[in-house]
Design a protein around this ligand. Structure first.
Ligand code: NAP
Length: 497
């Protein structure tokens, strides 16, 4: 697979049989209404498959099945070591189907095949295996109570959990949600993003093959506005886990309050500061500054879209970053040499183009890029784009663009860098580059974000929690901390005669 050419991948894509039905109660089925929605290849605009478009009636059926299997204890009451076996088998099946899953994600999202094969699919398999391997190593607690009492503090699954995920990392965010939710014994209903449902649909069939009982994982593709909100307002859904935009996250909190106060955990948007001091390893920092924004076409919640550069090195550093930007020119996602694909769809492209116009109108300098490229290919490809001469009050510094657009802002002092970094409604991620450990640690501590890199960007693995401060959300994916989002704490107080 690693040696495949673009033609090899195109041949495989042509012979792929793509499942577009929902997965409800252990079987692939059409929506009750019979409605479908085409999912398109962002690189060509061609229809990949007609996907079931589920509505509230399908959700009600799935929730009833999820609730029944939860109450029967079919999965929730299995010993953790038994649940572990299923999750590990499931991870092995993902690995055995890596080529197909990588291809599906590439075709559906427009992500480069080298990324889906080497990053997204292995990350999902690792998440399933790690959560499975961890679950039989989690101990409950005995509280330090008086000698004639015994108090147990135990963790119990919530029940039916709805997971709603976005289109930018569909497979890995799906795994981040469902692996800890299922490992802890919940029944999960997953609603993928309407434009990228394919790997989630495939994953559900693999779960059944791995031995997950029917009703424990159901995948319902369908519109957020009707299906997603129905799940979020449903009285039998006890937990809601969401990755997506901040405006939708706010609505979900309201739906929780309007319904049953379901536990609602949100992973939302970002406008992350990447802070470079003059004494940093500037070659490494410049290469990573480009990667931090242009990876996945900037359609990354943690993208380091605000590049804060110490004024004394500003011009020379920006010149280095522009050199690296040139290696992120978008190309055919099926070509293993491609590092950046098209925008996910025309609407996302239009958003990016509109922000480029806004940046110019605000008086920032378009230092690199700014245009559509490969116009003849049918996809919406946008150049890597760099604005300089910007300040943090501009909309291109405050609003999430979700495209390959970097806003460079100069600073003089450490205090000024921290103030600019924290002047944002978001608090998802960031990084600081300096060889002075005092500066690096002071800044890393002071910037109010969930993940901060020192002399790296995008650092982290399954062992560490991932989530946001402020309007970037409240929950935590990955690590043992993810189990907290899917469990309630129960106290059992025992008195001896
Ligand atoms: P989005 O518009 O918020 O959509 C996310 C999901 O919510 C989709 O499945 C969508 O369904 C659904 N949805 C939309 N309206 C809904 C409603 N009223 N009720 C229930 N569900 C609803 O976000 P997106 O554009 O797909 O994704 C980009 C956003 O995700 C960015 O803001 C990005 O920063 C964020 N993100 C955050 C993280 C993180 O971990 N913090 C990771 C990745 C992405 P439809 O597809 O049918 O509209």
């Amino acid at each position: 697979m690693q040696d495949f050419s673009a033609k090899d991948w195109a041949d495989r894509a042509a012979s792929l049989t793509i499942e577009g039905r929902a997965f409800i109660d252990g079987a692939y089925i059409n929506a009750l209404s019979g409605n479908t929605r085409p999912t398109l290849n962002p690189a060509t605009g061609e229809v990949l498959v007609a996907v079931a478009s589920c509505g509230p009636e399908d959700a009600d059926r799935a929730i009833a099945s999820a609730k029944a299997v939860f109450e029967a204890g079919t999965w929730a009451n299995q010993a953790p070591s038994e649940r572990k076996k299923v999750l590990v088998r499931w991870a092995e099946l993902v690995e055995a189907h890596a080529e197909e899953l990588a291809l599906l994600e590439c075709l559906d999202v427009g992500k480069p095949i080298s990324d889906t094969l080497n990053v997204d699919v292995p990350a999902a398999a690792r998440t399933l295996r790690w959560s499975g391997e961890a679950i039989d190593k989690v101990y409950d607690q005995v509280a330090p109570t008086p000698h004639d009492t015994l108090a147990l503090v135990t963790r119990l699954p919530l029940g039916v959990v709805a997971a709603i995920v976005p289109w930018n990392f569909p497979f890995s965010t799906t795994a981040w949600k469902i692996a800890p939710a299922i490992a802890t014994g919940n029944s999960v209903i997953l609603k993928p993003a309407s434009n990228t449902p394919l790997t989630a649909i495939k994953l559900a069939g693999l779960a059944k093959q791995a031995g997950l009982p029917d009703g424990v994982l159901q995948v319902l593709p369908g519109p957020g506005g009707s299906l997603g909100s129905h799940l979020a307002k449903h009285m039998d859904v006890e937990g809601l886990t969401f990755t997506g935009s901040t405006p939708v996250g706010k609505m979900l909190m309201e739906y929780s309050g309007q319904s049953n106060l379901k536990r609602t955990y949100l992973e939302l948007g970002g406008k992350s500061p990447n802070i470079v001091f003059a004494d940093a390893n500037l070659d490494k920092a410049a290469a990573m500054a480009a990667t931090a924004v242009f990876y996945n076409g900037g359609q990354t919640c943690t993208a380091g879209t605000r590049l804060l550069v110490q004024a004394s090195i500003h011009d020379a550093f920006v010149a280095k970053v522009i050199e690296h930007a040139k290696s992120w020119l978008p190309g055919n996602p099926l070509d293993p040499a491609t590092s950046m694909g098209p925008m996910v769809d025309e609407a996302q492209y239009n958003t990016v183009a509109e922000y480029v116009r806004i940046g110019c109108d605000e008086g920032a300098t378009l230092a690199y890029g700014g245009k559509r490229v490969k116009v003849t290919d049918g996809g919406f490809y946008h150049e890597p784009t760099i604005f300089t001469g910007a300040n943090n009050q501009m909309r291109i510094a405050q609003e999430e663009i979700f495209g390959p657009v970097m806003t460079v802002i100069p600073f003089e002092t450490e205090a000024e860098a921290i103030a600019i970094a924290n002047d944002s409604i978001f608090g998802l991620a960031g990084a600081v580059w300096s060889k002075d450990i005092n500066v690096a640690h002071r800044v890393a501590k002071a910037v109010r974000v969930g993940t901060m890199g020192i002399n790296n960007y995008f650092g982290g693995d399954m062992t560490v929690p991932f989530g946001g401060f402020k309007q970037s959300g409240n929950g935590r994916d990955k690590s043992m901390h993810a189990f907290d989002d899917y469990t309630e704490l129960k106290t059992t107080w025992i008195e001896f005669d």
